[in-house]
Design a protein around this ligand. Structure first.
Ligand SMILES: [Zn+2]
Length: 377
């Protein structure tokens, strides 16, 4: 599938290791993507993927935005004051020249692995308050497709990934929605983009209600392939929704997620990444049905038919870059090497402490080491 050249910012890219730089940037170049936002998640071995993202941004300062993950060590070491620690973490991220915060903490199996409090619990309050006050943009992954809780409807590939949540040991999706809605009600200034359409692509009326209630809330188009099946089931309704909420929808793909979640050795896979671009752009730009056939992760190996909604050019521009620029800034923020070096040293130390606290995990300081090498030079 070929697309017209357009200015595009991919607002949702994963970058699991600094060695992936050439592959990722070549892919972005080939696909005609102008700028990208790396969203950072916690990492068991290296604690944080922020150093990797900062290294990428240092090489491409005008092309790369960074959404830093929160340092999760307070959840283990000082759970009672985790909210204050997270608020401080936001300050450090901002001082380093990070453009926003990414939270994967609402992804259900992450929540099971880490001692994450309820999002509306008092312990989080200082963090939410600080985020709302500073206007720091947040990309927040909350829940997963609703069928992942349903033994009858969970897809085989999701089960294989360990994403079947219906056995009673995982948090319920409605409980998580309620916690997050409580947060938005208390902190209406919070500037948030919910990844993957807030997993409400099958409940557009409900999502519209939230968007109407919370003017600083956005959603991104990052697959979740189920989103595109859901949209394709009612393309006219989907098109009306996209026209009505054209200022609140951001483009994203999850390129690099496979290397992060499944297969570390895979790196940034060309075929899988192009499939992500094709399904999102195909849906937004094509008129009527289109077929995609790609092997692997995104589609569970099947050929699939989707319905395009053929949006007008001015709406596409909003979704492809204008909404992101309003959300996170027209250009990535400049980096501050001195603060980055201090944070790199702190991370080296914390990685070693965490490796001792959690038997079985080896502390891998390679990214922090590389960060210090680059930024103290
Ligand atoms: Zn993602």
């Amino acid at each position: 599938m070929t697309f017209m050249n357009r200015k595009i910012i991919d607002g949702h890219v994963h970058y699991a290791h600094f060695s992936y730089e050439p592959g990722l940037m070549a892919l972005m170049e080939d696909a005609g993507i102008d700028k990208l936002a790396v969203v950072c998640t916690p990492d068991q071995q290296r604690l944080s993927l922020v150093p990797d993202a900062l290294l990428l941004k240092a090489k491409h300062p005008h092309k790369v935005y960074v959404f830093g993950g929160l340092d999760i060590t307070p959840l283990f070491m000082a759970p009672g004051i985790a909210g204050e620690a997270f608020a401080h973490c936001v300050d450090v991220l901002m001082e380093m020249g990070v453009d926003g915060v990414k939270m994967i903490e609402g992804k259900v199996q992450i929540r099971k692995q880490l001692p994450i409090p309820d999002f509306d619990a008092p312990v989080y309050a200082p963090y939410w308050e600080h985020m709302a006050e500073t206007g720091m943009p947040l990309i927040f992954h909350v829940n997963d497709p609703e069928e992942f809780w349903d033994p009858e409807r969970v897809p085989d590939w999701a089960r294989e990934m360990g994403w079947f949540y219906g056995d009673g040991t995982y948090i319920n999706n409605e409980a998580q929605y309620q916690q997050v809605i409580n947060v938005l009600e208390r902190y209406p200034g919070l500037r948030v983009t919910f990844a993957h359409f807030f997993f409400l692509s099958a409940q557009l009326d409900r999502l519209a209600g939230y968007l109407d209630r919370f003017p600083n809330m956005h959603v991104d188009l990052t697959p979740g392939i189920e989103m595109y099946h859901n949209f394709s089931r009612q393309p006219e309704k989907a098109r009306d929704f996209f026209l009505k909420y054209q200022d609140r929808i951001l483009y994203g793909t999850d390129i690099g997620a496979r290397a992060l979640l499944g297969d570390q050795a895979a790196g940034i896979e060309q075929e899988e990444s192009l499939a992500r671009i094709e399904v999102v752009r195909g849906f937004l730009e094509n008129e009527g049905p289109f077929t995609l056939a790609h092997e692997g992760f995104l589609f569970g190996g099947q050929e699939a038919v989707f319905q395009g909604i053929h949006l007008p050019g001015d709406v596409l521009d909003k979704i492809y870059f204008q909404n992101f620029e309003r959300f996170a800034g027209a250009a990535p923020k400049p980096l501050n090497p001195q603060v980055i070096v201090e944070e790199g040293q702190r991370l080296q130390m914390m990685i070693n402490v965490m490796a001792e606290l959690q038997p079985g995990t080896s502390g891998d300081t390679s990214s922090a080491d590389e960060l210090l090498r680059v930024f103290s030079g």
